[in-house]
Ligand binder design. Structure first.
Ligand code: HEC
Ligand code: HEC
Length: 104
């Protein structure tokens, strides 16, 4: 009888865990938590400032097609870029005119 209770308790725990993890998969700004955790690898950090004059930059103007040396985004459908991509060490000044030698 004791054994049966143990098994029942484990089943209930498993069901609860499954429930909470589906709740975490809820929508947030069009990107689900599940999508965030299933994105392969660690998102690279931006080597440039993410904002200009206090406003978030429009990441896709450069990263959608990959203009002026910006790497093309492999996922233009993930719109909330800064949810995953943080600010790294700034080695690249986006506001310098093109052709300015890069600090490396
Ligand atoms: C004016 C164009 C421009 C805009 C706008 C821009 N970027 Fe970039 N981004 C670049 C360039 C150019 C590089 C490459 C810099 C280098 O090679 O040192 C880069 C590099 C990156 C990288 C590094 C990728 C890698 O493979 O290491 C990330 C991440 C990134 N940007 C994220 C963002 C995010 C997030 C935004 C919006 C908040 C944004 N960028 C807006 C031009 C831009
Ligand atoms: C859900 C998390 C997530 C969001 C949102 C997201 N990214 Fe990424 N990004 C990643 C991950 C993880 C990688 C590493 C490559 C991979 O494994 O997919 C990456 C890689 C990149 C790279 C590097 C590509 C290369 O070849 O070096 C660029 C550029 C980039 N993302 C730009 C963007 C831009 C711009 C946006 C918004 C329009 C964005 N990302 C939104 C997770 C995300």
């Amino acid at each position: 009888m004791k054994r049966f209770f143990k098994a029942a308790l484990m089943a209930v725990t498993a069901a609860l865990l499954a429930l909470t993890s589906t709740a975490w998969g809820s929508e947030h700004d069009g990107v689900t938590e599940k999508e965030v955790s299933s994105a392969e690898g660690t998102p690279p950090e931006a080597p440039h400032s993410l904002t200009k004059g206090g406003e978030l930059r429009n990441c896709l103007t450069c990263h959608e097609k990959g203009i002026n040396g910006a790497p093309q985004t492999p996922h233009p459908e993930r719109l909330t870029c800064t949810q995953c991509h943080g600010q790294g060490n700034i080695t690249f000044d986006l506001d310098k005119p093109a052709g300015t030698p890069r600090k490396k």
